[in-house]
Design a protein around this ligand. Structure first.
Ligand code: NCD
Length: 307
């Protein structure tokens, strides 16, 4: 049983605890009626200071499917934040009203800061370009469900590895399973930050290779994780326009991939996966979004201590 606490970084839970969450999520998907009142009387606060579709709505759907209720905002300008209220004060107040908080914020470290001022568990739903641990739970759940394992995998992470918080969290999580190999595919300008690489490699011997060309490595991959070039984090529009179409996955490129390779993407996609791929059996990104809801149901239940 996980003690009541926060999820700020993907390694805040041990691999055994993550396994418990993945197993519970599978059961919630199979037997939803068993869990439909688990969180009755509980309130989730969804505080979204940045745009979101999947993450916010899947948190909300998760809580509703557990019989709980939701408060929150997706337009911070309509709250006292526009009057100059600090994050710390907002969190202190909202933790009086709710039993658990999910927060997305443009500043790196903001979820950690929030957790220091909250009396209830805080879930990091994305802090700037830093981490996105619930997307990682989603990704791990997808890989476990569709591949049957989280080890012995060659995983290609492709696109904006500099600003893409989903890859920062995923690489850290995958480094804790045995015999995984990571191939980082990005232009020089969008390489993964050194601090992320160093943290991920701290306690492991996981092999990491860095390349620029997707075509060069696609035939080796068990998983291809495509990402969006993170327009909102560029300081120069010109630089974004130059890099935005660095990688576009097409049917032609997929021809060289293994027959059972999975194509994942946290979504939203812009141009990086051609819609013609959606019908390919290797395309798993829409299923991935669905697994995300069940894994958030499992996470909320564990953090609330109701299971
Ligand atoms: C991601 C995010 O917000 O970091 N989206 C998501 O949560 N599914 C990826 C992205 O926005 O590119």
């Amino acid at each position: 049983m996980i003690k009541v606490r926060d999820l700020i970084d993907p390694t805040d839970f041990s691999t055994d605890e993550i396994n418990e969450i993945l197993i519970l999520a599978q059961d919630m998907e199979k037997n939803p009626e068993r869990y439909s009142n688990l969180c009755s009387g509980k309130i989730l606060a969804a505080l979204f200071y940045e745009p979101s579709t999947r993450t916010r709505l899947s948190f909300e759907a998760a809580m509703l499917r557990l019989g709980g209720r939701i408060i929150g905002f997706s337009e911070p300008n309509s709250t006292s934040i526009s009057k100059g209220e600090s994050l710390e004060d907002t969190i202190k107040i909202i933790s009086c009203y709710s039993d658990i908080i999910a927060i997305r914020h443009p500043q790196e470290g903001s979820a950690k800061r929030a957790s220091l001022y909250s009396d209830v568990p805080v879930i990091n739903a994305g802090d700037g370009a830093n981490q996105h641990p619930t997307q990682t739970l989603t990704d791990l759940s997808t890989i476990q469900n569709l591949k049957g394992r989280l080890s012995n995998l060659t995983v290609g992470l492709c696109g904006d590895l500099k600003f893409g918080r989903t890859v920062h969290s995923l690489i850290k999580a995958l480094s804790r399973y045995s015999n995984n190999k990571i191939i980082l595919i990005s232009p020089d300008e969008l390489k993964i930050p050194d601090y992320i690489k160093e943290e991920a490699l701290k306690n492991t011997s996981m092999e990491i290779q860095e390349v620029k060309s997707l075509e060069e490595v696609i035939d080796n991959l068990d998983i291809l994780y495509m990402t969006r070039i993170q327009k909102e984090r560029f300081s120069s529009e010109e630089e974004y326009l130059r890099l935005k179409d660095s990688y576009i996955l097409t049917k032609e490129k997929l021809k060289n991939a293994k027959d059972d390779m999975l194509v994942l993407h946290p979504l939203p996609r812009v141009n990086e996966i051609h819609p013609e791929i959606d019908l390919d059996k290797r395309a798993a990104y829409f299923k991935q979004a669905r697994y995300g809801m069940y894994v958030r149901m499992a996470l909320i239940s564990k953090l609330l201590g109701v299971i």
